[in-house]
Design a protein around this ligand. Structure first.
Ligand code: DOR
Ligand code: ZN
Length: 366
């Protein structure tokens, strides 16, 4: 029997960390091979919270797009206390910015400039609602001020954010378009299923592929991320909604490179998955019989475009059911970045007929 082949409209990644400067020489080409557009996160060391920094960052990204490839970065602004209403208006008028990212202060990598109380940004949120800019949320609450022990357990942070902050947002800004990014729990899945049409969620490959048990294995030493990978019932719920054809969940890889050194020294939160991201989603959707019914294509290529108001891409990507052995790590200049899969083999690969397959000369096996 011939190996199964699937061809889909080239997707967009609705959540990626491309980082900056030298590393863009690695992250941008890999992203372009897999994605036509990508929602670029603004959590650089100096947060992207004004239009001149945003335009310069966008240019640095575009300078790294390989010749002959079409790629559009969908830029986002970081909601810091310095973000202004005028910046939002300029952002909307520029046509370059899809939305703004809300990081609760200190919730994750480079989030110290985030917001600890959404009441501090009422004018920003109202303007975003009026302009139709999307609010992209890192939905984790760190502290409970009514509890003497304060810090909320890492596995409960998403749930607490949804319980304590989402109702306030929805009541005050009923028309604000919101994406709860990288949902990771059964609680979040149920919340999205019961929410209104202006609320959507992204789901990462790592939250669909791993559970908390994997964190304690050899590969797991590099799997720290925010929100943390949770239990089997959480994973099951994520797989259920992703593979169901539900229209308001879609791809967002949260691919976030950190070097092995950063991981070993500080256990930095973030998983780099861009090279294998689509293969991993395929692996999951195939296992749950959700390719032939069209649900893979919905989750990967169409749901996000509809929510963002973007056209479906004309270019195509093609995959074949044959083994793919992931490298343990990616080497680029002096950067050594652990892969998401480590030693794991998966059963989907890029089809050689792709004009732009994923072979990358810089990818070295350990
Ligand atoms: O795991 C994560 N890494 N989660 C985030 O929200 C940020 C990201 C990063 O920038 O490394
Ligand atoms: Zn992220």
């Amino acid at each position: 029997m011939e190996n199964k082949v699937i061809t889909i409209p080239k997707p967009n990644d609705y959540h990626i960390h491309l980082r900056d400067n030298e590393l863009l020489g690695f992250t941008v080409p890999v992203c372009c091979k897999n994605y036509r557009k990508a929602t670029v996160m603004p959590n650089l060391e100096k947060p992207v919270d004004n239009m001149s920094d945003l335009i310069e960052y966008r240019n640095r990204i575009l300078n790294n797009v390989p010749l002959g490839m079409n790629f559009e970065p969908l830029m986002t602004l970081y909601i810091t206390k310095n973000l202004t209403i005028n910046t939002l208006i300029d952002a909307k008028n520029s046509g370059l910015v899809v939305g703004c990212k809300l990081y609760p202060a200190n919730a994750t990598t480079n989030s110290s400039y985030g917001i600890s109380d959404i009441n501090q940004i009422n004018d920003i949120l109202k303007t975003m609602e009026d302009l139709g800019l999307i609010l992209l949320i890192h939905g984790e609450q760190l502290n409970d001020e009514n509890d003497e022990y304060g810090e909320i357990d890492i596995i409960d942070r998403e749930k607490e954010f949804i319980i304590n902050t989402m109702p306030k947002l929805i009541t005050k800004y009923p028309n604000l378009k919101i994406v709860l990014e990288h949902i990771s729990s059964e609680f979040a899945v149920k919340y999205i299923e019961n929410s209104s049409d202006n609320i959507a969620a992204t789901i990462t490959p790592h939250h669909l592929y791993y559970t908390i048990n994997d964190i304690f294995t050899k590969t797991g030493k590099y799997l720290n991320c925010c929100p943390v990978i949770k239990g089997r019932n959480d994973r099951k719920a994520l797989i259920r909604i992703a593979t169901s054809g539900f229209p308001r969940v879609f791809i967002g890889t949260d691919s976030a490179p950190h070097t092995i050194q950063q991981k070993q020294e500080n256990n930095n939160a973030g998983i780099f998955n861009t090279p294998e991201s689509l293969l991993i989603y395929l692996e999951i959707f195939d296992k749950y019989d959700s390719i032939d019914n069209g649900n893979f294509e919905k989750f990967i290529s169409t749901n996000g475009a509809k929510f963002y108001g973007l056209p479906i891409n004309d270019e195509k990507l093609s995959f074949i059911k044959t083994n793919y052995q992931s490298p343990n790590q990616y080497n680029y200049n002096n950067f050594i970045i652990p892969s998401m899969l480590g030693d794991n083999t998966i059963s989907w690969n890029y089809n050689n007929n792709n004009n732009n397959n994923n072979n990358n000369n810089n990818n070295n096996n350990e």
